[in-house]
Design a protein around this ligand. Structure first.
Ligand code: NAD
Ligand code: MG
Length: 300
């Protein structure tokens, strides 16, 4: 896989591989970046910060792998102290991510736990505040995606777990975080192109992403009287462990991302600058907004 060069002008269609037969391997949920083949680009070899988040304190869920890891690396290189959260079963990825964050010479911590539990969400915010001495940026990025082709096969248990992880956790974490956040703080949620173009087979996931889009806009209007901005990023098809662990049927992985106008899947590193922008003061006039990073599958 060609590595992204953050500043070098190049053809976006050929900046990364267009996908090939290696994409068909799958692994159990939650999958590990350590076992992802081909590997993903989180900007570890390319992202260069310029002090845009100097001294900010950030909590990023799902920061061990995929988009969350790329965002954590970018935030740390922009000068932010960072806490990442992930599941205990992802410790191998979490430790790799943490090592990369510490190289940026900022405070970096990992707090493991399951955000589909309300009490853990409250504890995660409290522990983050205790470790970092404050909280200025909350990135609600963790997500659960399991493809089920037939309605009859979609269990209530899966439907509830998807909503608890993708939607309720965002509510619990935001509610716990806001009392600690100063004016100028930023909440950034990861929604999806699936919020606007839902696929058959992703009924629970796609509808949870629509809920996130609505939640983002409503919360933005609720919190602007505190000077807190709330926005979302909507990724298109991005090469991460989520897709290899039942997010897509194994036979569809070979063509993953090739249907978009750019003709290839995106890489986590291509998402991070949108989160940096929304977290920084550069986006001071932007709230209740969704930024699409979709390879050309534009938002309505
Ligand atoms: P990923 O697997 O690397 O990240 C998802 C993370 O969610 C996991 O690393 C895990 O730490 C976390 N998570 C899941 N369940 C959890 C739980 N119960 N408690 C705590 N953490 C939990 O995959 P990714 O693609 O980087 O996903 C990040 C976000 O991007 C998700 O919200 C996903 O829905 C969204 N997204 C991804 C794509 C894509 O094509 N990859 C497209 C649109 C949106
Ligand atoms: Mg992970």
């Amino acid at each position: 896989m060609a590595k992204r060069n953050q500043f070098c002008m190049q053809d976006p269609r050929t900046q990364y591989s267009t996908g090939n037969t290696h994409y068909d391997k799958s692994q159990p949920d939650p999958a590990l970046d350590a076992k992802l083949s081909p590997g993903a680009d989180h900007g570890e070899d390319s992202y260069q910060g310029s002090g845009r988040l100097q001294g900010r304190k950030a909590l990023i869920t799902g920061g061990d792998s995929g988009i969350g890891r790329a965002v954590a690396i970018a935030f740390a290189r922009e000068g932010a102290d960072v806490v990442i959260n992930y599941l205990p079963s992802e410790r191998q990825d979490g430790e790799t991510a943490l090592e990369q964050l510490k190289q940026a010479d900022v405070q970096a911590w990992a707090i493991e736990g399951d955000i589909s539990d309300e009490q853990f969400c409250q504890s995660l915010v409290q522990q983050t505040k205790d470790k970092l001495g404050g909280l200025d940026i909350l990135v609600n990025n963790a997500g659960k995606q399991q493809f089920v082709a037939e309605l009859a096969d979609l269990s209530s248990e899966q439907f509830q777990k998807t909503y608890a992880t993708n939607v309720f956790a965002m509510f619990w974490l935001s509610k716990a975080a806001v009392p600690h956040m100063p004016a100028g703080a930023s909440i950034i949620n990861t929604t999806s192109i699936q919020s606007y173009q839902p696929s058959a087979g992703l009924l629970d996931y796609a509808s949870s992403k629509s809920a996130i889009t609505g939640f983002t806009k409503s919360l933005a209007k609720m919190l602007i009287n505190k000077g807190i901005r709330v926005n979302a990023v909507a990724p298109g098809p991005i090469w991460t462990p989520l897709q290899q662990s039942g997010g897509q049927p194994a036979e569809k992985l070979q063509q993953f991302g090739q249907h978009v106008p750019l003709g290839r899947p995106g890489q986590p590193a291509e998402l991070a600058p949108a989160y940096v922008y929304l977290a920084s003061q550069e986006s001071s006039y932007v709230t209740a907004e969704v930024i699409g990073v979709t390879g050309g599958e534009h938002l309505p």
